[in-house]
Design a protein. Structure first.
Length: 150
């Protein structure tokens, strides 16, 4: 009886401890995605929305006109949200609008991604590539303007 109680206690401690570490990992992943999205939105404001929307189209394969239309209808979601919705749509074969509506109703991008079995690492990597592309395009534009003014 004593061994049984000790075994049950050990198992419950183990399960309780692993649950809290999984919760911490979830919160960390969510914070990383949210932070990355804020950085991309900030870069997009600095670099200009037309360039950013063009890069989202290139990165996701969604036609530019559709990206522009979604941005007009869901401007509060921001360019990072547009990219995330398009990546989720590509992986699930659903329309990006489905994910933008869920986000607008209060769901987090992290929970939407998990429900649809899309890895947060993939979303963060795509946000990184978008941020890099926006920055590179802007520096090329600056160099071109400098050369023209000479």
């Amino acid at each position: 009886m004593r061994k049984l109680l000790m075994s049950l206690l050990t198992v419950s401690l183990f399960l309780g401890g692993s649950g809290s570490s999984m919760l911490a990992a979830d919160q960390s992943a969510r914070a990383l995605l949210d932070d990355r999205a804020r950085e991309v939105n900030r870069s997009a404001k600095e670099q200009g929305m037309p360039l950013t929307l063009k890069r989202i189209s290139t990165e996701t394969g969604v036609p530019l006109e559709q990206v522009q239309s979604m941005h007009k209808r869901h401007s509060d979601i921001g360019p990072a949200g547009l990219l995330i919705a398009c990546v989720l749509a590509n992986d699930t074969k659903k329309e990006p609008e489905v994910f933008m509506k869920r986000r607008a109703s209060g769901k987090t991008w992290t929970s939407i991604a998990k429900e649809n079995k899309v890895s947060l690492e993939k979303l963060n990597a795509r946000l990184d590539r978008l941020d890099t592309a926006i920055g590179e395009d802007n520096s090329k534009d600056r160099d071109t303007r400098k050369n023209k003014s000479r």
